[in-house]
Structure formats: structure tokens, C-alpha cells
Write a protein that binds this ligand. Structure first.
Ligand SMILES: NC(=O)c1ccc[n+]([C@@H]2O[C@H](COP(=O)([O-])OP(=O)(O)OC[C@H]3O[C@@H](n4cnc5c(N)ncnc54)[C@H](OP(=O)(O)O)[C@@H]3O)[C@@H](O)[C@H]2O)c1
Length: 279
């Protein structure tokens, strides 16, 4: 209860609070940066593209925003980023581990180097940023991991991506337990479909088409960021957005055989279409 209260206080007043947003150049991260700036936070924006980050910084002025480019798949770049934050600010209140990438292919067709690249960004970077930055986070601070509904249920041809987000969710749950005594809150955000460039930036494959409910339940980055900040203000451990996603998760947990068989049928149909059906 104590940590819940602390988070609530933090979110009520973001003036003077320092927030790091990874993947701030686009999509959910860019909108999170905008909403945090509107609430008075000082922003540290990171992604690979310095020029775009500077554009975001100008967009959210007069809020103070510092742009630091880093490819988070590389430990040296990540370490330079955290060293810069420690030197310049010496403190961090909100860590948004948002940068992430997808991959659309069967697991057995995915080259091992792409599996590693995806895990470097989606899993190892959040773990390492947390490890390096928690020491400068005071009581009332929070780590927010932008995961996915794909980290709550398996999806065919997104299995490698799902695995990285399952790992991130497990990390978030355990971290919540480990950091509670320090008064640092941990929250996992599991969006369904959000309208961003995510599908265009896949490491491999094309965006998944024809998934039932994809269009109907897709949300804007504003809705996703708002749900994230609301969840934080309420001290939530997990946010699923849109909330109807909880129904999908519950259904898959209650009836795994039924759900898994339906998904296997979809893979079989695709294999048949592409002429790769095995006997
Ligand atoms: N869109 C969805 O439907 C959806 C659903 C569930 C969860 N999510 C999750 O939401 C998060 C944000 O995704 P999005 O939809 O906003 O996608 P996006 O528009 O493609 O944004 C991805 C962000 O990650 C940054 N990034 C990519 N590779 C990087 C690297 N190697 N090092 C540092 N930064 C890197 C990109 O910036 P640069 O290109 O400048 O590096 C960009 O700012 C991801 O973790 C994703 O898994 C998205």
C-alpha cells in the first residue's frame, strides 16, 4: 500500500520529475513524451535517430527535453546513455522502457541473429537500463515496461516477439516484488493493436493482416499513453489496453486447448496456401 501511495503522489505532480522515455522518436514513446511534458516532467528522450529526437524536443517545448541517441541493442551505447543521465541529472523518477521491435515469421524460419537482435532490444535493454538506473531512483519512482498483449498469449508467427514480451512481463512481476521495499513501483503495460509505424519496422516479415478484431479494437497512441499514465497514477501493476484484452487473456487461460488448436489451424491454412504443408 505504501508504494501505491507514493506513485499516486508522483503522478499528481510531475513538475521537477525526470523521466526517461526509450523509443521516443515515434509511436507510443513519442506520445508518452508529449503527455509527460504536458504534465510538467523534464524529459530525456532516446532512440537511434538524434535528428528526430530533437524534433520531438522542439515539439514539446517549453518543457525541458534532452535528446540522446543510442542504439540500445549495443551495451556500450546503453552504458554511455546511463552515464550521461547520471552525470547531467544524478536522479531519475520515471523510467519508460518502451523501445521495441517486432518480427513476423515462424520460429523455425527465423535466423538466430534476428532472435538475438530482437531480445537485445525488447528484453536485455530494459533489464540493463533498470539495473544501471535504479541506483539513482528515489522512493516514489517507477519503472514502466511497455510490453504487449503478445506477452500474455502466444500468437503464431509472432512467437519470437511474444517470447520477448513474456520474458519482459515475468521480469516486471519479479522486479515489482524486488523493488517494493525501496518504494519503487513497477508497472507492465500490455497494449493490443496501437496505430503506429510498428508494422513497418519489423525485423523480418510483413505486418500481420486479417487478424480478427485487429481493426475494430486498435487504439491511438494517445489512448495508449493515457492508459499508461492513468495506470501509474492508480498504482497498477499491469495495464491491458484496450481493457477488452483482459477477456482474451482470460479466455486463453481458461480454454488453452481450444485457443491453441484454433491458432494451429490458422498456421496449417497458411502453410497450405503457401504450398509448404508437411505430410
Ligand atoms: N504498435 C503496436 O500495436 C504495439 C502493440 C503492443 C506493444 N507495442 C510495443 O510498444 C513499444 C513501442 O512501439 P511502437 O508501436 O510505438 O513502434 P514504433 O513506432 O516502431 O516505435 C519504436 C521505437 O523504438 C525505437 N527503436 C527501434 N530500434 C531501436 C534500437 N535498436 N535502439 C533504440 N531505439 C530503437 C524507434 O526509434 P529509432 O528508429 O529512432 O531508433 C522508435 O522510437 C514497443 O515495445 C512495442 O513492442 C506496440
Amino acid at each position: 500500500m505504501a508504494s501505491l501511495k507514493l506513485v499516486y503522489k508522483t503522478m499528481n505532480d510531475l513538475t521537477g520529475k525526470i523521466a526517461l522515455v526509450t523509443g521516443a522518436s515515434s509511436g507510443i514513446g513519442r506520445t508518452l513524451a508529449r503527455q509527460l511534458a504536458a504534465a510538467g516532467a523534464t524529459l530525456i528522450l532516446t532512440s537511434r535517430r538524434q535528428a528526430v529526437l530533437e524534433e520531438v524536443a522542439r515539439e514539446i517545448a517549453p518543457a525541458v527535453a534532452v535528446a540522446i541517441a543510442a542504439d540500445l541493442r549495443h551495451p556500450e551505447a546503453l552504458a554511455r546513455l546511463t552515464a550521461g543521465i547520471k552525470k547531467r541529472f544524478g536522479r531519475l523518477d520515471l523510467l519508460f522502457n518502451n523501445a521495441g521491435v517486432g518480427l513476423h515469421a515462424l520460429s523455425i524460419d527465423t535466423p538466430p541473429e534476428l532472435v538475438r537482435q530482437l531480445f537485445e532490444l525488447n528484453f536485455f535493454a530494459p533489464v540493463e537500463l533498470t539495473r544501471q538506473l535504479v541506483p539513482i531512483m528515489p522512493r516514489g519512482a517507477a519503472v514502466i515496461n511497455i510490453s504487449s498483449i503478445a506477452g500474455k498469449l502466444p500468437l503464431p508467427e509472432l512467437n519470437i516477439y511474444c517470447s520477448s514480451k513474456y520474458a519482459l512481463n515475468a521480469f516486471s512481476d519479479g522486479l515489482w516484488i524486488e523493488l517494493r521495499q525501496r518504494g519503487i513501483h513497477v508497472m507492465s503495460v500490455c497494449p493490443g493493436y496501437v496505430k503506429t509505424a510498428f508494422g513497418e519496422n519489423l525485423l523480418m516479415g510483413k505486418p500481420v493482416g486479417n487478424v480478427p478484431g485487429q481493426k475494430r479494437f486498435s487504439i491511438s497512441t494517445d489512448e495508449c499513453a493515457r492508459a499508461t499514465l492513468d495506470g501509474l497514477a492508480r498504482g497498477k501493476r499491469t495495464v491491458v489496453v484496450p481493457r477488452i484484452g483482459w477477456l482474451l487473456i482470460a479466455f486463453a487461460r481458461l480454454f488453452p486447448s481450444f485457443v491453441f488448436s484454433r491458432m494451429a489451424d490458422r498456421v496449417k491454412r497458411r502453410d497450405n496456401v503457401s504450398g509448404q504443408a508437411k505430410p
